[in-house]
Design a protein around this ligand. Sequence first.
Ligand code: PLP
Length: 454
Amino acid sequence: MDESKKFLLQEKDIPTAWYNIMAEMKNKPRPFLNPATKEPMKAEDFFPLFSQEASRQEVNDKDSWIEIPDEVREMYKIWRPTPLVRARGLEKYLDTPAHIYFKNESVSPVGSHKLNSAIPQAYYCKKEGITNITTETGAGQWGAALSMAAKHFGIELAVYMVKISYNQKPYRRSIMQTYGAEVIASPSMSTKAGRKIITEHPNYQGSLGTAISEAVELAMNTPNCKYTLGSVLNHVALHQTVIGLEAEKQMEMAGEYPDVIIGCFGGGSNFSGISFPFMRHNFTGERNTRFIAAEPASCPKLTRGVFQYDFGDEAGYTPLIPMYTLGHNFAPANIHAGGLRYHGAGSVVSQLKQDKQMEAVDIPQLETFEAATIFARTEGIIPAPESSHAIASAIREAKKAKEAGESKVILFNLSGHGLIDMASYDRYLAGDLTNYEVTEDQVEENTKGLEKLI
Ligand SMILES: *Cc1c(COP(=O)(O)O)cnc(C)c1O
C-alpha cells in the first residue's frame, strides 16, 4: 500500500500558461456593463482603471490558454509548485473511507494564494510604465501579497484597509508596511467616497465595498496610477488557475482523480483556481466531478443571493457586474473570516452556478472553527479562518461517505494559514464566538433596489 503523504513537483513543472475557462464555457458570462449607458464594456473601457494586459484578459473569451510571462514564473519559483498533501491524519480521525487531499497554498511567503495574482498584476503595470497602484484589503491578505509584488517591481502602493481590520489585525498592517506599502484605514478622509460615509455614519467600521470605492477614486484621480483587485474579476480567477493545473499533475502522481473539489468562497478566486482546470474535463464529458464553493452563513451570496447586475463596490464606481449578490450595500456581520465578507461572486462563477456546473454551501462560523481545530490537531497546520470553510465542507463530505459506506476522493484548497489570525482562535477557544445568519428579509431589503437587467 502506498503510504505517500506529499506529492511534490519541481520548478520546471510550474505551468507555462493559465487556463482561461471563459473560452470553453457553453454559456459565456454576460458582459460587464457601463452603468451610465448600459453598454457592454470592452477591453479599452477598462484601460483607465487596470493595466492594459489585465483589461484584455478580463474580456478574453477566445483563448483557452494565456501564457505566463517569464518574469512572473521566475517569481512563482520562490514558493511554487506548492505541495499536494494527503490528509491521512484527518481521514483517520474521521474514520472515513474517503481519501482527502489538500493543495497547500499557505506556503507562499505571505501565507495565502493571493500572491498568484498579485505578481502578474504588478508586473503588467510595471511593464506598461505605471508608477503607482492602489488597492483595498479586508483582512489584509491581498494587501500583503500586493505589497510584496509591488516592491519587487519597484511600484508605489497605497492600500485602503477596512477600518475594523486595521485596528483588530495590526500584524497584517505591519506586514504591508514592512514591504514598504502605505496603508490607510478605510473609510478615510482622503477621498470623496470616504468623507461621505464618515460624515453620514461617524462610527462606521468600514467594508470591502467602501474600501474599493476609495481605492478606485484615488487611482482615477492620480496620474500614472492604476487600481488592482485581488478577487472577483475574471483575470484574477485566471491567474489562480496555477493551483488547479499543478494539482491535476499531482493527483495523477497519487494515482487518483477527485470526485469532489472544494474551495472556500469570498469573491471566487481560490475556488476558481483549484476548480477550473478540472472543470474542463466535465465540459468534454470525460469526468463528472462535483465542485463545491463553501461560503459563510453570514455572507451567503451564492446560496441565498440574487443573480442580477450589481456594482462591485459600495459607492457604485465600478461597472455593473452580472453576479450572485446580496446587494452592494450589504454590511456582513463581523465574522472572523474577513476575506469572505464580500457581497458578490465573480461573473464566471455566477454563470457556472446558474448552469449547475457547481454547487454552493453556506457554513456557520462555529462549525468552521471546529473544523479548523480538528485540522490543526490532525494535520498540524493552523488554517486561515477563510480556508476553514473548505475544511468544514470537506469534513461534511467525508462523513457522508462514511454513512454511505462509499470510498470517495475529496480535494480541497487550503487557501492560507491562520498564524496571523490567532486573535480569532483565542476568541473561539474562549467561547466568545457566535453564529450569524442572514434573514430572508435582509436579502430582500438589500437587493430590492437593483435594476432588473437580467
Ligand atoms: C482572500 C482570501 C480568501 C477569499 O477570497 P477568494 O477570492 O474567494 O479566494 C480565502 N482564503 C484566503 C486565505 C484569503 O486570503
